[in-house]
Design a protein around this ligand. Sequence first.
Ligand code: HEM
Length: 520
Amino acid sequence: MDNEHNQEDILTNRQGHPITDNQNVRTVGNRGPTTLENYDFLEKISHFDRERIPERVVHARGAGASGYFEAYGKVGEETISKYTRAKLFQEAGKQTPVYVRFSTVVGGGHSPETLRDPRGFAVKFYTEDGNWDLVGNNLKIFFIRDPLKFPDMVHSFKPDPVTNLPDPERMFDFLHQTPESTHMVTFLFSPWGIPANYRQMQGSGVNTYKWVNKDGEAVLIKYHWEPLNQGIKNLLQSEANEIQSTNYNHATQDLYEAIEQGNFPEWELCVQIMSDDEHPELDFDPLDPTKLWDPEKFPFLKVGKMVLNKNPENYFAEVEQIAFGTGVLVDGLDFSDDKLLQGRTFSYSDTQRYRVGTNYLQLPVNSPKKHVATNQRDGQMEYKVDMAPGQNPHVNYEPSSLGGLKEAPKNSKDHEPSYNAKLVRQKIDRPNDFAQAGDTYRAFDETEKNELISNLVDALKVCKPHIQETMVGYFMEADADYGKRVRDGLEKANRERSEHTSNHAADNAVDKSKSMGHES
Ligand code: HEM
């Protein structure tokens, strides 16, 4: 052993062979050529060649941190067990470790964090019953309610497949045929579409979920994260432009530095509760993710708080490889029939098997912080077998009488909704695409309204007239003042453009006549 070094800090390859020269490839003479039996070099370079995994198809740009969730042991002032048997919520002061990944949606892995875009807010709770993922966004609603539309929506928001440039005309080409997006568009083009950073924003599960109690009775639930001491802050477009001119990474930097400085961000988890039925008294469907639930009727009830107090030790191993999914629920938490939620639930683990690999759940950041025992075996990159202590290693199936794994005892009643309807392809009955967009517009202050109008006009002015007209019609249906202001703004922009074009044409005509020698 080298006197100056511990065995541990000696550079080796992945076979454990010490590397004695990491500066020179092996060559015939010191001018080359190189030889092919350079195992260390080939291993080093071929691992490097494979360093990137596919980036997430959406939400590629992200930042992460870990910490804990602390339960209040009640929901608002009520006993929480009345609504859910989920263990993490029951006891006041009970802490559950969490890992959070914040993200933007449309841009690629190193895109600016100042762009107008929803922000992802995904939380993995490592509970005693296994993992629970609450995969949300900053905004409380979404563009669409049917998962079949998601790939088209994302294609229209992402860069043009020919020019590779983002194009508002493609985006509004999709949106003007998607009236249910009017509410989300109203939030997105207001200052709420550019949160100042990841700490000072809200989060929401968006979709409707269920809570289930020990008797198998369910209620409908919406989840919301409310920032505590750090508050909420959004950016005007001009402020975002200013930041973007010097810093593409301000939100990642802000989160990392705050945590390094001990300024830990905190959020309170609130839920809204509705009885588990269709609520015919409402003018919208409670399973519709394009709608807010009026907090006057369905108050925000606090259930606990989350503190983020640790930065990643390695970005790739944790933030890049972490895999969240809406199907990852624990006992006492359930899905609703929200179609968008059910479409999402297939999509997440499907993409992760491709993006990270078959055994992505064995990675430390994805693995539950409790014992795992399955009969799953093999697949690319399996590096351990999830066996129970004392389990017969020959038995990788169930049922078995030879010492294999057993089904868990059932301690509570299942929630068993019943269905009786035709199998159809249809829109929901109460789409009500515009009323809440109008409420949201009227609730904005003057600055928010002005920003919304100017951002919409900026994006829509490059669109074809029929797209502009339909969008203005939607805003008009939401609120007459809203629609009129966008229409006036577009008329002004169109006028300025045609003046500009005719001046330009006149200049060109002069120039041309000069170049053709017609100047007298
Ligand atoms: C990421 C699909 C709607 C929040 C993703 C990913 C896919 C996806 C494929 C990449 C996951 C990965 O590579 O690990 C869908 C589909 C949707 C949908 C099919 C609708 C049908 C939504 C909605 C929200 C949302 C409504 C907000 C509530 C997120 C977040 C991430 C994400 C936060 C990033 C997770 C992370 O940080 O790793 N989505 N999504 N998605 N989605 Fe969705």
